[in-house]
Design a protein around this ligand. Structure first.
Ligand code: FES
Length: 157
């Protein structure tokens, strides 16, 4: 039996929204505490409407991370920041039709990188969002270097 379903394979083989937005409104880099893989997300947001108009990702991650990010970017483009923040890694996995249990953390990588990018956007534009209330990009930085947001955007050390 195949380990990955057709939807996962499709997003892995033909990932959507790969790359980097020039002059993004928000940029987030997240390193998985589980495997050390990295994900970068850049976003464009219409400041007036708060709608996310574009998202691009780059990753040093596995196939599941690529599929998760590809799906996640599709899920949040056209949504408001609040709606995007409400998207959970569980929903990403559901949309993908499931991931093997040992690969669930790869969807967390996508989910957290998006939150890092939105956090960066919020910081730069003086905005606050309910969905960011429990999100602390510094929280994971204490014991393991690979954890938490890093890079130019979420660098709060
Ligand atoms: Fe690291 Fe999947 S194994 S993101």
């Amino acid at each position: 039996m195949a380990l990955y379903n057709d939807t996962v394979m499709d997003h892995f083989m033909n990932p959507r929204n790969v790359g980097e937005i020039e002059n993004p409104d928000g940029k987030g880099v997240y390193g998985s505490p589980v495997c050390g893989d990295m994900m970068q997300i850049t976003i464009k947001v219409d400041e007036k409407t708060d709608v996310i108009t574009d998202v691009k990702f780059k990753t040093f991650g596995c196939g599941s991370a690529i599929a998760s990010s590809s799906m996640a970017t599709e899920m949040i483009i056209g949504k408001t920041v609040d709606q995007a923040l409400a998207v959970t890694n569980k929903q990403i996995v559901e949309e993908l039709g499931g991931l093997p249990p040992v690969k669930l953390h790869c969807s967390v990588l996508a989910d957290h990188a998006i939150k890092c990018a939105i956090y960066d956007y919020a910081q730069k534009h003086g905005k606050t969002y309910k969905g960011l209330e429990g999100f602390d990009p510094e929280a994971d930085d204490d014991d393991e270097q690979a954890e938490g947001c890093s890079g130019p955007s979420c660098d709060k050390k």
